[in-house]
Design a protein around this ligand. Structure first.
Ligand SMILES: [Zn+2]
Length: 680
């Protein structure tokens, strides 16, 4: 939901070799950009992405268990290896009951114990399925939906805690659409061949799940059809991703009575009581149309339909924690059919993932102690402040922004909070009980613990120290309502960040990421929030118009990019991220120029000038191989552009790029100055 959208997912690639060159001019150590990683048969102006990354892509063919694999993913893999060391050490320690190492070790150990898991089959979810079977009346449905909410098995909508978008100091409750087993409403509603085939595959998958949990083939097939029809109705009432990018339209604050009036057929009070939230206070309903439809369906749909749907939710959402037959069926649909993955990731990686997610900050503490040098934080602090200065300079130079708005922009820029590495204080896991007996029980215990933790924030002041990502995550984010940029420890590694690296590459890589995140505070979404994170207008109408006409150029440019024969990128869906990439490049380039002024140019390294290395450093971060199905899925659902387009898309808008590589209008990537987008 909201927090997901904010994530940057600036990916990375490794492989550059240890870049070093220290700020001083002569101490160059290892080459970063070698002919091996590049494709020198392609001219930079023809296809810069291929030129910069061709060799890397060849050396890193897609593993069968990946639908996309890039330098970002490679870094994530390395982070996983580190987490593995930590988790295995915790498991070997056999820590005292209730200690973090006991919890981490037992969670992982139970997940790896396939003998016990396979013997159990689906018996771990039998109690939940029995509850569905015992539903006698409509009134019995509600407590069960409450129970699934507590277990974070999310049957229809998310019930979550978040800062009030118009009073960012306070945490309130929110309700966000959900209920679909496929990634997006389009999968249910589009007529294209791929969508039709995927719908068939989804019904096959559901049928299989029902068969495997004791239904006859015929009954299972009928149940699957029922679920498909039910979800299609939910899909029709769901907002599109584009609609969900409008924070004004998704801000509809009501109280419990207001909610009951908005969608009267659903017994909200009983539901809220079931999750101990009868005194929820303010609730933001993100998608009122959807919630009204859910309430209507509650009244209209038969008891059997509801039972079929709720059973499917229980089985589908737990399948990956059950015996191999369930795990395989789950993979056949979500991995193979949806993303084109050829093989599953090895078990240890999957279990590590769920351990790291269930005990995020417990694992994070150990990760930071082991792998995050304090010097990295220092250098990052310095980079971030330089980026802030450069962004300020660029705001002053903007032709399209009024002086009045510039003043407010400076205030907002100055107010951005920065979090680097890991939280000041760690989560307390005392109340979470984990044991070695049942993997699924541990997962559900952790979900329940997490939900209670989230609910505990509602009606209270926002905790400004909190992190929405763990330190071991290779990613970063900007939160508009917190007006903060956050960089977990795990992203502060090559090829994003070279602790001892030269400035050109660091500004091209992590510098652009920092700039990228900062511009999110000022993009088509972020500009709707003021310096304190409240949804408010601080731009003049003229500023908005001029901004929109500039960003429209970017929308048009990306709409023309063919991602597969006959399929085009979605310039509107990806606009915020594309603005951030272009802005991040411009701002970081400026910051780099500022740094050069102070320190002087470094001599060429690896045969490339500083300016060239800046752009090569940026490009390497986005090197990736990807399957066609994954291209389609991401084009529909991901607000980020594909790796190739994050490079070849923004760069031709920058004169500095042409200058660095001596490109003229003969270059295939060339865009005439009058058609270039310049925003920040
Ligand atoms: Zn972003």
């Amino acid at each position: 939901m909201q927090k997901k959208y904010l994530m940057l997912v600036c990916a990375a690639s490794l492989t550059l070799g240890a870049c070093q060159s220290n700020q001083s001019k002569k101490e160059l150590i290892k080459p970063v950009f070698t002919a091996d990683d590049m494709d020198l048969s392609v001219k930079p102006g023809e296809n810069f992405y291929q030129y910069a990354n061709g060799g890397w892509m060849k050396q890193h063919p897609l593993p069968d268990d990946k639908s996309r694999f890039g330098s970002f993913d490679l870094l994530a893999e390395q982070s996983k290896e580190k987490v593995k060391t930590i988790v295995e050490k915790a498991a070997a320690e056999k820590g005292a009951e209730g200690s973090l190492s006991q919890k981490i070790g037992d969670f992982y150990g139970a997940g790896m114990n396939t003998e016990v898991i396979n013997q159990a089959g689906y018996t771990p979810i039998q109690p939940l399925l029995d509850k569905v079977n015992n539903i006698q009346t409509k009134a019995d449905i509600t407590p069960f939906i409450s129970e699934l909410t507590r277990l974070q098995l999310t049957p229809l909508f998310y019930f979550y805690a978040s800062a009030d978008q118009k009073n960012s100091e306070m945490t309130i409750a929110g309700i966000y659409q959900s209920g679909l087993g496929m990634p997006d409403r389009d999968y249910y509603l589009s007529d294209d061949e791929t969508s039709v085939k995927l719908r068939e595959a989804y019904v096959v998958y559901l049928t299989k799940l029902f068969t495997m949990t004791g239904n006859t083939e015929d009954d299972a097939a009928a149940l699957a059809q029922t679920v498909m029809a039910f979800e299609t109705q939910l899909a029709e009432a769901s907002n599109t991703r584009l609609e969900n990018r409008n924070p004004h339209a998704t801000y509809n604050k009501v109280d419990v009575d207001g909610l009951s009036q908005m969608a009267p057929q659903f017994p909200w009070k009983a539901y809220l009581k079931g999750i101990d939230m009868e005194n929820a206070g303010d609730i933001n309903v993100n998608q009122p149309t959807f919630i009204k439809e859910v309430a209507l369906m509650y009244e209209v749909e038969s008891l059997d339909t509801w039972k079929a749907f709720l059973s499917s939710v229980v089985i589908r959402k737990t399948a990956s924690y059950l015996s191999d037959d369930f795990v395989n069926a789950n993979f056949a649909f979500y991995g193979e059919a949806l993303s084109g993955q050829k093989a599953m990731e090895p078990r240890w990686k999957r279990i590590l993932e769920s351990t790291s997610s269930a005990l995020g900050e417990a694992v994070g503490q150990l990760f930071v102690a082991e792998y995050f040098p304090p010097a990295a934080k220092e250098r990052m602090d310095n980079l971030v402040e330089n980026l802030r200065i450069a962004f300020g300079q660029r705001i002053d130079q903007l032709e399209w922004m009024s002086d009045e708005t510039k003043t407010a922009a400076h205030e907002k820029l100055a107010a951005i909070r920065v979090k680097i590495g890991y939280p000041n204080k760690w989560r307390d896991y005392t109340e979470l009980k984990i044991d070695a007996a049942s993997y699924l029980d541990n997962v559900l215990a952790s979900n329940r613990f997490e939900f209670a933790y989230e609910m505990g924030k509602i009606g209270k002041a926002v905790d400004k120290d909190e992190w929405r990502m763990t330190p071991q995550t290779v990613n970063a984010y900007y939160s508009p309502v917190g007006n903060e940029v956050v960089f977990p420890a795990a992203i502060l590694q090559p090829p994003f960040f070279y602790l001892d690296g030269d400035d050109a590459v660091n500004y091209g890589a992590i510098g652009v990421v920092i700039g990228h995140e900062m511009t999110h505070g000022f993009d088509d979404q972020g500009r709707l929030y003021g310096k304190d994170g409240n949804l408010q207008t601080w731009w003049t109408d003229e500023d908005s118009e001029r901004f929109n006409s500039r960003t429209q150029i970017l929308v048009d440019q990306f709409n023309q990019i063919e991602v597969l024969p006959g399929k085009y990128a979605d310039g509107e869906l990806s606009l915020g991220e594309n603005i951030a990439d272009l802005g991040g490049l411009a701002i970081s380039y400026q910051a780099y120029q500022n740094a050069i002024k102070e320190k002087g140019n470094i001599a060429d390294i690896d045969g490339f000038t500083d300016e060239q290395r800046f752009f090569l450093g940026y490009s390497r971060v986005w090197a990736q191989n990807i399957r066609d199905k994954e291209i389609l899925r991401r084009t529909k659902t991901d607000v980020h552009s594909l790796g190739i387009n994050r490079v070849n898309g923004p760069l031709p808008n920058l004169q500095e790029f042409y200058d660095a590589f001596n490109l003229d209008k003969a270059a295939a990537l060339f865009i005439s100055p009058e058609y270039r987008a310049t925003i920040w």
